[in-house]
Design a protein. Sequence first.
Length: 208
Amino acid sequence: MSARIENVVTSGTFSLDGGTWEVDNNVWIVGDDHEVIVIDPAHDVARVTEAVAGRRVVAVLLTHGHDDHVRAAREAAGALGAPVLLPAADRMLWDMVHADAPDGAVEPGQVFTVAGTELRALATPGHTPGSTCYYAAELGVLFSGDTLFNGGPGATGRSYSDFDTIIDSITTQLFLLPRDTRVLTGHGDETSIGAEAPHLDEWIARGH
């Protein structure tokens, strides 16, 4: 059986730079009936654990270090019996939330295998310095975290973010992928590379 993708939507808050906002997060589970990888297990550990349903968890992968993505990650990793892995450049954001270190770092180009399917880490800084997307070529899917959404790039108006950097990441990493690649985002509805690429000039003109 080839890997399949499951989605759990959880609700909570995101806090940075003195503000707090209500958010709904997409948690992605990739695997088969026996083993899975969990991407960004936000907010509700019980719901994520229920969805995993006793399958072996190869790893808990984080797309970036914002607190809505990492606050529950340590507890989730413990409940699931798996290591939690964070892009190294976002360690300062992790440290705002946790007193202990993640179990390991995600390096650009690193490949994770689950149920015979490879997920390759693509470094896409801009939303945060360590923002990372995971590309599963066999499934035709990109897990974009908060780098690329249905309607444009992730926010760059807060600390540790940069608009020009995220545009460069999207242009040189994501828009080179096949146009029919599904983009499964950290929040909200999915999109595709082909749906977003034509709007690049609009985003640059808008400047945010």
